[in-house]
Design a protein around this ligand. Structure first.
Ligand SMILES: [Zn+2]
Length: 135
């Protein structure tokens, strides 16, 4: 019983490192291969690279900053609305007009921020995938 178990473990140890099967096309490839020679797929973890990761982080930071600016504009707009309400400098300049201008400006800031963030994300994805530089 003990003898058969140790024999099967030894044969497994000898056979295992030679080849493995590609997870994409199931062809047999060398055990330490990084890319399948049959289907051309990477068989190790890949990434778009460090430059692409920087681009993506920059895009995320841009979107976060846009949201922060939009929130700041909102609070500034509320203060301005109250001031217009109290002083009524102009018959045409009602709090409703201030609200409308505020919504338009905030919408532009948010749309532009998100568009630029998505643009950086698309740029990052254009970089070819390579085996990861970290383990
Ligand atoms: Zn393959």
């Amino acid at each position: 019983m003990l003898a058969t178990r140790s024999i099967s473990r030894e044969t497994a140890k000898v056979r295992a490192p030679a080849v493995k099967s590609c997870p994409w096309c199931r062809d047999e490839i060398p055990h330490d291969a990084k890319k399948c020679r049959s289907c051309g797929e990477w068989v190790v973890s890949t990434s778009h690279g460090i430059a692409a990761m920087m681009l993506r982080l920059f895009g995320l930071a841009w979107v976060a900053l846009s949201f922060a600016i939009a929130a700041g504009l909102w609070f500034a707009g509320q203060a301005l609305r109250g001031w217009v309400w109290m002083h009524s400098v102009n018959q045409q300049l009602t709090p409703r007009v201030v609200d409308f201008v505020l919504y338009v400006v905030i919408a532009i800031v948010l749309l532009k921020g998100v568009a630029i963030g998505v643009g950086f994300g698309i740029l990052a994805r254009l970089a070819p995938r390579r085996p990861r530089w970290w383990t």
